[in-house]
Design a protein around this ligand. Structure first.
Ligand code: ADP
Ligand code: MG
Length: 349
């Protein structure tokens, strides 16, 4: 617990989301072209019939990544992916990227080549143009700030705030693996530091490690929506954990929800690794971050078409606000959903 000094409030006391709300309260909008400002996965700007969406994310060494076990190339790749994911969460396609880096003296040119190698690879695979950025020295560590601009027709933009009662709640891929990959890396890092040597055996952790170190964004899902004329009623990407993201959708849409324990997709390896760490796999799926899957809602009549894809799970439905947000267990108990997602300020002193 942090204490306030001289009546000042520490950031950890209020948390990341309250901080953002406070800093961005009542921001004026001067231009008609600004359709949506703060509050979604990306801002929305309209010029003619086309809309642009814009998002930015910052990654700090020691807070978001540990270079002891994160290769620079993977870091470059992931830094781009996390931004693409926010663009897809608006049902848009990423088109351009700008990247700013601050670099301390401990980094060689070759290390930065590697970082850019990863960034370029992500841009190639997702067909995004790297069009600029900024480079600065840094006193300590490596800082990365990336912004991505995407494109979408106005009628296809998907916000967090437009889920409707009775809509189906859907999630892509599986959840919790990236968080468990991080636990494995942290454990091996500690064992390595304590024993000063030895090679970690990581083969049996392939899937969870790959989910942590080389995540992908769900372009395929947006392509699938387009091909099948599906426009979700709401959507968000899962960067902070399912619980936290679902609460964002429900609070912004003014609804409640029921999701079902049995329906939440968890990979076999995640279940095994969670057990090894004495964790409940469900808790990892609900609260673990960095999966970069999409959480979205669709009207009930899309049930049959969604069912055709085995990488989309229908995990529950939207309810009236008065019913609250609940997880229904195997024994039919309703447990209130609380946000315990990743909070960048949670552990800051
Ligand atoms: P995500 O997890 O999707 O990246 P965040 O929780 O970081 O989203 O941000 C939520 C919203 O708050 C977004 O609209 C984002 O643009 C906005 N936001 C976050 N930090 C700031 C800031 N320092 N100034 C202005 N807007 C911010
Ligand atoms: Mg997001």
């Amino acid at each position: 617990m942090s204490e306030s000094k001289k009546g000042l409030t520490s950031v950890s006391e209020i948390g990341e989301f309250a901080l953002i709300d406070r800093l961005t309260a009542n921001l004026p909008v001067y231009h008609k072209s600004t359709i949506k400002g703060v509050g979604d996965d990306a801002a929305v700007l309209q010029y003619g019939d086309k809309c642009q969406v814009i998002t930015t994310d910052m990654l700090m060494e020691g807070i978001h990544f540990n270079l002891v076990y994160t290769p620079m190339k993977h870091l470059g790749y992931k830094a781009a992916i996390v931004n693409f994911s926010d663009i897809y969460a608006m049902n848009a396609m990423p088109r351009q990227l700008v990247v700013s880096i601050a670099v301390s003296q401990k980094f060689s040119v070759e290390a930065l080549d590697e970082f850019f190698g990863g960034l370029r690879l992500a841009c190639e695979e997702y067909q995004v143009d790297l069009v600029g950025g900024d480079t600065s020295a840094s006193m300590t560590g490596f800082a990365i700030s990336i912004a991505v601009i995407g494109e979408v027709d106005k009628e296809n933009i998907t916000y967090r705030s437009t889920a409707k009662e009775n809509d189906l709640i859907c999630v892509t891929g599986d959840l919790g693996a990236a968080y468990l990959g991080l636990q494995v890396l942290e454990r091996e890092n500690k064992i390595f530091a304590d024993s000063k040597g030895g090679q970690p055996k990581l083969d049996e952790y392939n899937y969870v490690l790959q989910r942590q170190l080389k995540p992908e964004a769900r372009k395929d899902i947006i392509d699938y929506f387009t091909k099948n004329d599906i426009v979700p009623t709401s959507m968000i990407d899962i960067s902070d954990g399912l619980s936290s993201e679902l609460l964002h959708i429900c609070s912004q849409s003014d609804t409640g929800c029921n999701i079902y324990h049995q329906k939440i997709p968890i990979h076999q390896q995640s279940i095994a690794v969670a057990r090894e760490f004495n964790m409940e796999p469900l808790i990892c799926a609900l609260n673990g971050g960095e999966d970069y899957e999409l959480l979205f809602t669709v009207p009930l009549e899309k049930y049959n078409i969604i069912l055709l894809r085995n990488d989309i799970s229908i995990i529950g439905h939207i309810t009236h606000k008065s019913e609250g947000c609940h997880l229904v267990t195997d024994l039919n108990q309703q447990i209130p959903i609380v946000a315990q997602g990743w909070n960048a300020y949670g552990e800051q002193k």
